[in-house]
Design a protein around this ligand. Structure first.
Ligand code: F0G
Length: 459
């Protein structure tokens, strides 16, 4: 076979319905042409996100029965704390209900108005939380990240010169440096261990903590094993530990690599940082040993953290994503290269070059792919990332106008990938006839959240 077969068998099936053309049109109208407005029942293959959409293992389902629902000090908290210590090496663990909750407690506790956080690139909710704390971020990712074709092995890397400049320009206003692994906003691209060590050295030199947004840390470690010659003989588990050794703390959406449907965590090394963060956990999430989760969720997460470094799982997963990317690339569809760890990112600007970026081509593409095959992906372009100047109304667009197909973990088969590729290649072959843009008829009042809630209309 061209791609490794699934390293699991299916024990329980979830039937899915293929809506007909009329149902698809009705669903688009009812959902205001926004993929977030569609009902799951109206979608055949749902690649909106890889977040919380994976299938749990039988070991995780069994662990759910072991949940201890005590308010404070539950056994399930200690299962989680031990898994974090064993797999990631941190002494202090705080569960939270998902990744953005970790951002809320960390940014709300450590960031003040006017602060600046150097990043490779933040994800959209992360950026939203930085705005919410009246702070800002500086993208320090390497230039290759913005180049669709460059086959750089670590396109998520931080450019150390850009980082040094960001620190020099903002002396006294940088509470920490943060690196997203893998870099979701830049195409699910990994960051090398060497680069993380270099960033960590810069952070130490300036006496500033380094934090990781580690939602896809196991995929990142798999890429390091396969692309960084110095790490070839290490296991993914060893690489992951070495990755974590570069950081003072992490925020994690456990709905991604750690294989749970809900959950997140903050982990750190010092009691000092733990006590800075924990009051806000109690305010927003719940007591420090459950953080907005049930005891059973903590148990499933403890198992998922150990399963995520299984190399057979990771090899199949990353190969499956690459298989979809290769099928699309062979069909002529412009994809970000190399193919990312959790998703295939299509260059919607190149797919629909005749639609101006201000008319949201990535979201037009979402609509057309849904129309063609009831496949749901998501636009990550101007609608998600444009900046509109509050005074002048002037718009600045992101460098990349992307459309993302995020692959759920352990959920779809390789033949589903073939169906998705055929659907999109059909749209590609009729791309010249797609001659409309989108306008916004409703926009939420909160900066950075437009793409989730906007009502759109073809024009
Ligand atoms: N950080 C990264 C890199 C993410 O990709 C996400 C979520 C978060 C933080 C926030 O975590 O959803 O658990 O609150 N990304 C999802 C996505 C939603 O579709 O890429 P969350």
């Amino acid at each position: 076979t061209r791609v490794p077969p699934e390293p699991f068998r299916i024990k329980m099936v979830e039937p899915v319905h293929v809506p007909d053309q009329q149902e698809r049109e009705r669903a688009l109208e009812a959902g205001h042409f926004n993929m977030f407005g569609l009902k799951s029942a109206d979608v055949y293959i749902d690649l909106l996100t890889d977040s919380g959409t994976g299938a749990m293992s039988k070991q995780q389902w069994a662990a759910i029965m072991m949940g201890d629902e005590a308010y404070a000090g539950a056994d399930s908290f200690y299962s989680l704390k031990k898994a974090v210590k064993d797999v990631l090496g941190f002494d202090y663990t705080i569960p939270v209900h998902q990744g953005r909750a970790a951002e809320n407690v960390v940014f709300g506790s450590l960031v003040k108005e006017g602060d600046v956080i150097p990043f490779n690139m933040p994800f959209d909710t992360t950026r939203g939380h930085i705005f919410n704390a009246k702070a800002s971020s500086v993208d320090c990712v390497i230039d290759e990240a913005f180049d669709r074709e460059t086959p750089h092995p670590f396109k998520g890397n931080v450019d150390i010169a850009k980082l040094e400049k960001a620190l020099a320009d903002n002396r006294g206003r940088v509470p920490f440096i943060m690196v997203t692994i893998t870099n979701n906003s830049g195409g699910g691209q990994p960051v090398s261990l060497k680069n993380l060590r270099d960033v960590s050295a810069v952070a130490k030199k300036h006496g500033i903590p380094l934090l990781l947004d580690a939602a896809r840390m196991a995929e990142n470690a798999w890429f390091i094993k396969n692309r960084e010659p110095d790490c070839r003989d290490m296991t993914v588990a060893e690489i992951l530990k070495a990755t974590m050794d570069t950081a003072d703390a992490i925020t994690v959406s456990c709905k991604k690599d750690p294989l749970v449907n809900i959950g997140g965590l903050v982990a750190c090394r010092t009691e000092e940082m733990y006590y800075k963060v924990v009051p806000r956990v109690i305010l927003f999430e719940g007591f420090a040993t459950y953080g907005g989760l049930a005891g059973r969720d903590l148990e499933a997460l403890a198992v998922g953290l150990r399963e995520m470094v299984n190399e057979q799982h990771l090899t199949h997963r990353i190969a499956q994503v690459r298989y979809l990317g290769e099928l699309l690339t062979e069909g002529g569809v412009p994809c970000i290269q190399p193919i990312g760890g959790h998703a295939v990112f299509i260059d919607a600007g190149a797919f629909l070059p005749h639609i101006p970026q201000g008319s949201y081509p990535a979201d037009v593409l979402s609509i057309e792919i849904y129309r063609e095959g009831a496949v749901r992906g998501i636009g990550l372009g101007a609608l998600a990332f444009e900046n509109v100047d509050e005074k002048t109304g002037a718009r600045t667009f992101p460098k990349l106008e992307l459309y993302r197909l995020a692959i759920n973990r352990r959920t779809y088969t390789n033949s589903h990938m073939e169906y998705v590729a055929e659907t999109i290649i059909n749209v590609y072959n009729r791309r010249d006839s797609i001659r409309y843009g989108l306008e916004i008829t409703y926009e939420p009042p909160v900066k950075g959240l437009k793409h989730f809630l906007a009502h759109l209309r073809p024009k």
